[in-house]
Each structure stands twice: as C-alpha cells, then as structure tokens.
Ligand binder design. Structure first.
Ligand code: KMH
Ligand code: ZN
Length: 272
C-alpha cells in the first residue's frame, strides 16, 4: 500500500480557546503548529484563518501571512479552506484560492451543521472549482453525506471534474453522515475509479476512523478542527500529539507517513 498522507487540520473555524487552550490562532501560532505537525509526520496542513479576536475570517492577507510564516519554517503542502465558517458569502470564502496554494477544500453540497446550515449551492461550488483550475489549485472534495459523492460522479461525467479526484470524507458532524465504520465503508464502496481519499472523523470518531483508513488504503486527517481530545476526558496537548499517534499507528501497520514531496507525487501536485 501507499505511504500514509496525514493532514493536520490545525485551527478550524468553530473551535475556541475555551474548548482547547492550545488552539493556534495567530499566523505565528499556526506556523509553529504546522512545523510541529510536519516533524510528527504530517504532509498537508488544512488552514483556516482567524481575526485577532479569534473570530473566523477568509481574509486573503491573513492567509498570506499564515502561509508565509509556515513557509519560513518548513516544507508542507498548504491546503486552504474554502468552507470558511457558516454564513460567509461565496466570494468571501473563495478569497484564499487567489493566493494559488497547492490545494483547497471544496464542499460538495449543503448540509445541516449542528444547529446551522452550511450552504453550498451547486452554482457556487462549480464557480469555486473553475477558480481552482484557473489558479492551478488541486481541490480536495469534502463529502459530508452520500449525495455529495453522487454529485462528484455527475461532475466527472459532464467534464466539470477530471479524474483522479481526491476526497475527504467528513464523518460525524451533527446533522450529516455518522462517524461510523459502516458509513466509511459505504462511501469507500462508491468512490469513482482511481480516486484517493482521506477521512476526517469528528470528535471521538477521529481515532477509530483514522485507523480504519490506514488499513483500507486511505489517508487520514487529524487535528483540533475536528477533535480537541487525545482520549475520552483528556484534551490533546497539541495538534502534533494527534499527528504523532496516527503516524505511529501507520508505521505499525506498514504505512509510514509520506513526506510532503511523496504526497505531492501521490496527489499529482505541482510544488507552489
Ligand atoms: N467550517 C465549516 C462550516 C472546509 O474547511 O472546507 C466548513 C469547513 C469545511 O471547515
Ligand atoms: Zn476546514
């Protein structure tokens, strides 16, 4: 099997310092967390930006600062969020793509998100995809529920998307698909031929679904965006602690972590 690509989702848009005191928020904190995660075995960092008061922002200049601070510390694949936070406008969400990072997320449909609705109109998502093509950015298709994978099949058929596609199954958001082995097995069974995939289990689903993905030939996303605990009742000390555990499990199961360059080769990325 291929080496293991570990994505570190460092900050997210929703998690607070009250929930996780070690949450990196400023560009310098995010860059330090990225470096620690790379040293622990991550090859991709999934980025969200925050204002100085901790609220989420998709401001291009804040992303620029984060990316430049990360690049001054380490080599890693930069993946910006275009999900942003619930309620942001499509043009706000798209802003960091214009910095031409190597990757960006692309949510594949509308979904209930806790007590909110995460709106993703097909026309907006197609515009996001066109912008990613223009800027040479590889999309990671975020699938929160089965219909979103069906949408990807349709887009492949009508030429909006080109294979091979890279997916992220986000499982366990309240209101979306559950963080269960059965959900992951079903989505995996419906993948377009030649696809690569990673899994982002939310909360307590992060560790078991990650371990499953390692065995099944997928890849893994960990980090505070999705889960702030190391184990039940014990907060993780850092994003890197979560990465290091997944790297250890991968090693034991014959899937050593991929370096950023190895992950680039596997995902067909150009180096930014
Ligand atoms: N914050 C969520 C509403 C992404 O990064 O692409 C959306 C999200 C997805 O985090
Ligand atoms: Zn995100």
């Amino acid at each position: 099997m291929d080496k293991l690509i570990i994505t570190a989702a460092l900050t997210g848009a929703e998690v607070t310092r009250q929930q996780q005191p070690a949450l990196p928020l400023s560009p310098q904190e995010i860059a330090l967390a990225a470096q620690e995660c790379v040293e622990a075995g991550a090859s991709i960092v999934h980025l969200h930006a925050r204002n100085p008061d901790g609220t989420p922002t998709q401001d291009r200049e804040v992303y620029r600062k984060i990316i430049s601070a990360i690049r001054s510390r380490c080599d890693v694949i930069i993946q910006v969020s275009t999900g942003g936070a619930v309620g942001m406008t499509p043009s706000e969400r798209l802003a960091p793509v214009t910095l031409a990072p190597e990757m960006a997320t692309l949510s594949m449909g509308t979904v209930n998100f806790g007590d909110d609705v995460f709106m993703n109109h097909p026309a907006d998502m197609q515009a996001f995809l066109r912008a990613m093509h223009e800027h040479g950015v590889k999309p990671e298709l975020e699938v929160f529920d089965t219909g979103m994978l069906t949408a990807a099949h349709r887009w492949l058929k009508n030429g909006l998307l080109q294979a091979p596609v890279h997916f992220d199954f986000v499982l366990g958001i309240p209101g979306a698909m559950a963080g269960t082995p059965e959900a992951l097995m079903y989505l995996r069974s419906q993948l377009p031929a030649g696809s690569s995939w990673t899994v982002a289990g939310i909360g307590a689903a992060q560790l078991p679904l990650g371990a499953m993905a390692i065995v099944l030939g997928g890849h893994v996303r960990v980090g505070f965006e999705d889960n702030v605990y190391y184990r039940r009742g014990e907060l993780a000390s850092s994003n890197a602690q979560l990465v290091a555990r997944m790297a250890r499990i991968g090693q034991e199961l014959g899937r050593a972590p991929a370096t950023p360059d190895e992950a680039r080769a596997m995902l067909g990325l150009r180096k930014a």
